[in-house]
Design a protein around this ligand. Structure first.
Ligand SMILES: [Zn+2]
Length: 263
């Protein structure tokens, strides 16, 4: 089996590396108005200049257009400096004027754009590079106030390693059953609410059935008004004894490797 590295950029922003291919998920955002970490100006500079860890950026994936995941204008800025092979993002109808502008920019630049925002439970498969496939699974954003916001989950298969990134997906079993019940996941990335919620826990145990659960989308310890870190710590007790290994993914540049023995 090959080796996949996942590195935390900011909040639910992660850089997935496999061989020479780098995939950035929810990793370009710079807006305020939430307690979560933004992508730092330093990281934007590194992205623009192609410096490590962003020496290669092949695909940009965005689960949904919320300011702690995806700033379309910033993506446009980035693409002017360095084009990518393809951008996967919510369809125009799901978003803002800035999102529409990004679609125009991407088209003019001749960059492939995949318009997502799939219906809940719907899935679509894409071949990215050799040995890499992406399965997009449609869900809704969690929280009653966001039920009209589509949230696409990304299941990346990289040389036999299967990683699921759920963004802010709601904990509704029907969204996942059909497309994921037969998949052997090596790790699933969930936010603290999904991890803590009893329906979310059932989905993690019965549908995802992954030995490794990575909790991402955590604020810093110093600025945690929603007490999410405490929420996660309380929830960890519910998982004890069921063979699930929880990883807290909170520190910038923190890395996890899959498909090797150092978990
Ligand atoms: Zn979020």
């Amino acid at each position: 089996m090959s080796y996949v590295e996942v590195e935390l950029v900011a909040n639910a922003g992660v850089l997935v590396s496999y061989g020479e291919v780098n995939i950035l998920i929810d990793g370009i955002h710079c807006e305020d108005g939430h307690p979560f970490c933004k992508v730092s100006p330093t990281d934007f500079r590194l992205m623009k200049t192609g410096a490590p860890p962003f020496a290669r950026l092949d695909y940009l994936l965005f689960t949904h257009e919320h300011p702690d995941h995806f700033t379309p204008a910033m993506v446009g800025e980035q693409l002017k400096h360095r084009p990518v092979k393809a951008v996967f993002m919510p369809a125009r109808r799901c978003g803002s004027n800035e999102l529409e502008n990004l679609y125009d920019l991407v088209r003019e630049a001749g960059i492939e754009a995949q318009a997502l925002g799939l219906n809940p439970g719907e899935s679509k498969k894409y071949e990215l590079d050799e040995g890499i496939t992406l399965t997009v699974v449609g869900t809704r954003h969690m929280g009653p106030q966001y039920q009209n916001v589509p949230n696409d989950c990304f299941m990346l298969s990289l040389g036999g390693v299967n990683l699921l990134f759920t963004g802010d997906a709601d904990h509704v079993a029907e969204y996942y059953e059909e497309s994921l019940l037969s998949v052997e996941l090596d790790a699933v990335f969930v936010n603290p609410i999904f991890y803590h919620n009893s329906e979310g826990r059932k989905i993690i145990r019965d549908i995802f059935r992954s030995e490794n659960v990575v909790v991402y989308h955590l604020p810093s310890d110093e600025n945690d008004p929603l007490q999410l870190r405490l929420t996660v710590e309380r929830a960890m007790e519910h998982y004890s004894g069921c063979g699930i290994h929880t990883h807290i993914f909170q520190e910038k540049r923190q890395k996890l490797n899959f498909g090797s023995s150092n978990l």
